[in-house]
Design a protein around this ligand. Structure first.
Ligand SMILES: Cc1cc2nc3c(=O)[nH]c(=O)nc-3n(C[C@H](O)[C@H](O)[C@H](O)COP(=O)(O)O)c2cc1C
Length: 172
């Protein structure tokens, strides 16, 4: 049996959880067992064979749970295939072009020798936490910009890579 894949996410308003769950669904359908969990609830990544970590962007940084996850599991992550994703832009930009990681995430990518990173559009609704969030929504700049076709395509690429790694290891 193969070790499963963890899709850990850091969210404040919940929309990054939806992305992580979509990624895990695609992996499961491709035959790669995966589970999406809030980053703060994961005690240990050692049982997992690979890890996908997603963070919602707030003021140019990943949400705190995702950042702490990187720090807490630094050593175990360095020995596993790792992919990162960010979710944030409240417009169509992430569907139109590649948005590079913010500096903190770029440093993590280098440190972990991550296999990839992508930025997905974000989502901000009327029930968002915080005065600033609500004023963004009131100002007409909220909405759901998550591109599930792009999310699924990205996850399918990860499934292909993981299945390729398994085949290369001769453990089909
Ligand atoms: C106060 C605030 C700051 C934000 N800062 C950024 C940012 O720096 N970059 C970005 O792309 N999106 C930014 N966003 C958009 C959020 O990343 C987006 O709404 C995201 O989908 C939230 O994810 P969550 O629902 O998982 O918390 C910000 C939103 C708020 C409310």
């Amino acid at each position: 049996m193969h070790a499963s894949v963890l899709v850990a996410y850091g969210t404040k308003n919940g929309s990054t959880a939806g992305i992580a769950e979509a990624v895990a669904d695609v992996l499961n359908k491709a035959g790669v067992t995966a589970e999406a969990l809030p980053a703060a609830t994961v005690p240990d990544v050692k049982p997992y064979g690979a890890v996908v970590i997603g963070g919602a962007l707030y003021a140019g940084h990943w949400q705190r749970d995702a950042r702490r996850f990187l720090g807490r599991h630094r050593r175990a992550l360095a020995g596993r295939p790792v992919w990162l994703f960010s979710s944030g832009p409240l417009d169509a930009s992430a569907s139109e072009r590649d948005i590079p990681p913010v500096p903190g995430v770029r440093r993590a990518m280098i440190r972990l020798d991550a296999r990839g990173h992508t930025t997905f559009g974000g989502c901000l609704g009327e029930d968002a936490e915080g005065r600033l969030a609500r004023s963004i929504v009131r100002g007409g700049k909220g909405g759901d910009f998550r591109d599930f076709a792009a999310i699924e395509a990205w996850a399918a690429g990860i499934a292909d890579e993981l299945l390729g790694l398994r085949n290369a290891a001769g453990a089909v």
